[in-house]
Design a protein around this ligand. Sequence first.
Ligand code: HEM
Length: 182
Amino acid sequence: MPPPLPIVVTAGETGPWQITAIRAVAGEGLAPARRLVVEEGQAAAAPGAWRLRGVTSHLRYTAEAERDRLASVQEGLGRPAALRAALIPIRKSEAWWALAQDARRAILEENSRHIAIGLDYLPAVARRLIHSRDLGEPFDFLTWFEFAPEHESAFDTLLARLRATEEWRYVEREVEIRLARD
Ligand code: HEM
């Protein structure tokens, strides 16, 4: 795994991504803004309507065979054809965090098939999981996805499948931010 990389997301008046929609899926939403920028390391962008921070990290729940399968099919961020993106900040409940590691893994994969479902949408969807919980942020995770416009409806289906799982019963705050660039 590469070393942890700090990530800063700033929503405001500038940035390469146009915000096309912000929707509160569960719990409190986020304020409207026009554009968004994702920065690695220090933030150079001026503070905007809101700012969220996190850090890339090691895998917690992924088994070796799953990791190898993901590595063999997934594509990276920043593909020229990936003109659409989604930022989905998520906070899970205290009940989730009270579970032991093996119980959380069982809910995530054996019961909810999170990784198996996700694999159905690779390589069309590229992604990055950013951890925020240990930074005292309002969300536990910032999840980021990039795809071509023709794969947007497949991405919608992916969201519906994941939100119907047992794992998502532990999601107490979720905001869906849809993005586009030229
Ligand atoms: C975690 C794969 C889509 C939200 C994970 C993990 C994998 C994974 C392998 C476990 C990481 C670890 O071992 O620590 C995928 C794939 C997807 C996908 C292949 C297909 C595009 C999504 C979507 C969302 C999402 C659409 C949000 C709506 C999360 C969250 C976690 C996670 C919040 C962290 C769970 C936790 O640590 O409690 N994903 N995922 N994923 N994913 Fe996905």
